[in-house]
Every structure is written in structure tokens, then in C-alpha cells.
Design a protein around this ligand. Structure first.
Ligand SMILES: [Zn+2]
Length: 175
């Protein structure tokens, strides 16, 4: 069997519902990470990237489970999409799976990016050295009544990242 056939065969493999949701999360996590790389490397600050492949990944996951499992997989994907993105670097966090739930969590995995370094005077790989999920922090402040409660964070996602040149290890850039 050649490599191409093997790939096709694997792609068509039937998954159980938890695997299908996990597969969806894996694809989406990779995509989020790729889009963030694009944003940091190629787009100006304050521009946006759109994660518009969610539907494609959802259809892909649903196609790979038996028909009777599709409803439950669709609603589990919906539940996963309600969660805030966990901010992470250098890999995807997993969680203990209860009753066959997905092991992956939805996350923003900060990639290594190639940026122009003003000290090195050329493009070098930069890695995340510090990051903060400001939305989550604001929610905590609101919960503890340390800031006003009169705002809706459901449409706000504020993140701060500091990236450092891995070559000269100079002053980090902020995003
Ligand atoms: Zn440098």
C-alpha cells in the first residue's frame, strides 16, 4: 500500500464520539495557532485574523462518526466552543477524560514566530516568554467585585504576549 492510500484510509476511519470531538479540537487548535503566527508575522498590530474553518472542521468530525452519534457529537462540539481559549505555549494541554469526553482542550497555543529583530538587524525566531489572558483576569476581578460588573465579556478576548528574540535574548516585544 502506498503512502497516499494509507493516508486516505486513515482519513476515513470511523471515530467514536469522544475521538471525533478530540479530532475537531486538535484541528481547531492547530488553526488558531497558525492564524496567530500569521497575525504576528505578517499583519500589522491591531489587525485581525479570522478563524473561518470551524464549519469545515465540524463537518469533518461529524462525517467520521456513525449517523446516530452525530447529534451528540454536534452538541459536544458546541459545548467545547463555549469555553474560553486557554492560553499556552509549547504544546497542547490535556485534561482527564470523564466518561469518554475529549482529552484536548480548546486553546491558543502561542507559536514560535519569525520577526525582525532590531538588535540582530535581521529576522530571527521569537518565542513567547510571558503571556496573560486578560479576559480571564478581568472576569476574576469582576467576580471578586474589585471592578464594576456592568460589562459583558462574552465578546471580548484580550490577550497580552511578550515575545523575545531567541538569538540575542534582547528586550521582548509586546503584543
Ligand atoms: Zn535578536
Amino acid at each position: 500500500m502506498c503512502m497516499e492510500q494509507l493516508k486516505t484510509k486513515m482519513a476515513d476511519e470511523i471515530l467514536d464520539p469522544a475521538e471525533a470531538v478530540g479530532h475537531f479540537l486538535k484541528r481547531l487548535n492547530d488553526e488558531v495557532s497558525n492564524q496567530i503566527r500569521l497575525l504576528l508575522e505578517e499583519k500589522h498590530l491591531y489587525q485581525k485574523v479570522k478563524i473561518d474553518r470551524i464549519e469545515e472542521f465540524r463537518r469533518e468530525a461529524l462525517r467520521r462518526v456513525p449517523k446516530e452519534a452525530r447529534g451528540s457529537v454536534a452538541s459536544r462540539i458546541e459545548t467545547e466552543l463555549q469555553h474560553l481559549l486557554s492560553l499556552t505555549s509549547g504544546g497542547f494541554p490535556t485534561r482527564v477524560s470523564m466518561e469518554g469526553g475529549p482529552k484536548l482542550v480548546l486553546c491558543l497555543n502561542l507559536p514560535i514566530v519569525r520577526l525582525f529583530c532590531h538588535t540582530c538587524k535581521r529576522k530571527e525566531p521569537f518565542g513567547p516568554v510571558w503571556y496573560q489572558d486578560a479576559t480571564n483576569e478581568m472576569l476574576k476581578l469582576r467576580r471578586d467585585e474589585k471592578i464594576g460588573r456592568n460589562f459583558d465579556v462574552s465578546n471580548i478576548r484580550l490577550y497580552f504576549f511578550a515575545y523575545q528574540c531567541q538569538y540575542c535574548e534582547g528586550a521582548p516585544k509586546d503584543f
